[in-house]
Write a protein that binds this ligand. Structure first.
Ligand code: 6PG
Length: 252
């Protein structure tokens, strides 16, 4: 059983982005102080856009030592890197092209791979190489940022998909019929649950029901299965997304 979440509720999406940018800058500083580098997996989707935009500007951009930062992606859609639906493209435009991170330290998932299984295996190899892990050992990200869909999916781990039960592979190709881009590549639960810190960023009233379900006691929704074994779990919500949670001491 992994760690219990810390739930933080802020007034609105702008406060969510500010709080997340601070948290990322702090995580970077802590990791670089402790281990000399910051290994960060980015979230896809739209919610983190405002956070990335804030991180690209002072004061946050100056607080992160980009030369000691390595950026990975929790998931990617099967599109080329310049496609408007590419998670890499969003992060590149809003953040990565604006800060002095060395290009070789941005590890994008090859959504354009003609064989996504090969793309998944290549990404797993890149993780092993860059983390310097041994066979069978999982990488330990300093920070994994995740979002959640209204159905309780996170990264490209969708309810009912067999990949949610994956125990061996670190990266998997998935087909999600219900998603706007059905073909995807995703990191798996063992990788998320080996992280030192996982932060969910969730905003908007349409997510309130899923937030309540995931933070409730009895659910097997994929987002609820992210419980780092030996790490910190934070749910950062705006008030609208937290609307169906009991008021009991949660929030700022
Ligand atoms: C993706 C994701 C996905 C996303 C959620 C929330 O590539 O689609 O990584 O898990 O985080 O669907 O997306 P929004 O922030 O756009 O609501």
């Amino acid at each position: 059983m992994g760690s219990k979440p810390t739930v933080t509720v802020v007034p609105d999406p702008d406060a969510l982005a500010d709080t997340a940018a601070r948290l990322i800058a702090d995580a970077a500083a802590d990791a670089i102080d402790a281990r000399g580098r910051f290994m960060w997996a980015l979230a896809g989707g739209e919610t983190p856009r405002a956070t990335y935009a804030k991180l690209a500007l002072p004061p946050w951009s100056e607080r992160v030592d980009w030369r000691r930062t390595w950026v990975f992606f929790g998931d990617e859609r099967a599109v080329p890197p310049d496609h408007p639906d590419s998670n890499y493209q969003m992060a590149h435009v809003t953040l990565l092209s604006k800060v002095p991170i060395p290009a070789a330290q941005v590890l994008r998932v090859r959504g354009e791979a003609s064989d996504l299984e090969v793309g998944a295996a290549e990404y797993a190899r890149a993780l092993t190489d860059l983390f310097g892990t041994r066979r069978g050992e999982l990488p330990r990200f300093d920070l994994v940022l995740l979002g959640m869909g209204v159905d309780g999916h996170t990264a490209s781990l969708f309810p009912g998909s067999p990949v949610v039960r994956e125990v061996f592979r670190m990266v998997a190709a998935v087909h999600v019929a219900a998603a706007s881009i059905p073909q995807r590549l995703t990191l798996t639960l063992p990788v998320f649950n080996a992280a030192a810190r996982v932060v969910f960023l969730v905003a908007g009233a349409e997510k309130a029901k899923a937030v309540k379900a995931v933070l409730g006691e009895h659910t097997t929704l994929p987002a609820a299965m992210v419980r780092p074994d030996n790490g910190e779990l934070v749910w950062l919500l705006d008030r609208a997304a937290a609307a169906q949670l009991a008021a009991s001491g949660r929030g700022l």
